[in-house]
Design a protein around this ligand. Structure first.
Ligand code: SF4
Ligand code: SF4
Length: 145
């Protein structure tokens, strides 16, 4: 009963599709392969990034290390390369505290293989398929009667 209620709140009120399970193993991977989403797009242009650096301190701490089909790839200067720990852990920005969130998927990103977190669908694929089939069957019945 509680589980059903929880699913209802997450999916209908908060419009979420995934649960986050697991915990951080401190591998530092997510701090060395970062995409930046600004409004609805992932940053692809270095000039746009130059302007963004004045908007938030987090951006000023990022260094461009590459680019792929998704956009610019950044590394955070606050990651200690030897210990793989965040040098400003206590003051780290909200985006780092909340990582990973399902918005990552909406911009085409994925969790690294080393990540200790997993994102599990709130409604399993089987249930989604069942409900689609039910709707389709209803449509067919309405068509015939
Ligand atoms: S501020 Fe810390 S936690 Fe956030 S990306 Fe940089 S190194 Fe990682
Ligand atoms: S990739 Fe996952 S396990 Fe590694 S530091 Fe980031 S959140 Fe933690």
């Amino acid at each position: 009963m509680w589980e059903k209620f929880r699913k209802f709140i997450l999916t209908k009120i908060f419009k979420k599709h995934y649960y986050r399970t697991g915990k951080c193993k401190g591998c530092g991977q997510c701090c060395t392969h970062i995409y930046v989403k600004h409004f609805k797009h992932v940053l692809k242009d270095e000039k746009e990034f130059d302007k963004l650096q004045y908007l938030h301190k987090f951006y000023a701490d990022l260094k461009i290390i590459g680019k792929d089909e998704l956009g610019l790839i950044f590394e955070c200067k606050n990651l200690d390369p030897e210990t793989k720990k965040c040098k400003i852990h206590f003051w780290r920005p909200g985006i780092c505290r909340r990582y990973p969130q399902e918005e990552l998927f909406s911009m085409g990103g994925t969790l690294s293989d080393e990540c200790g977190y997993k994102m599990e669908p709130i409604i399993p694929f089987k249930e989604v398929l069942k409900s689609v089939e039910k709707k389709e069957n209803k449509k067919i019945i309405r068509k015939w009667f």
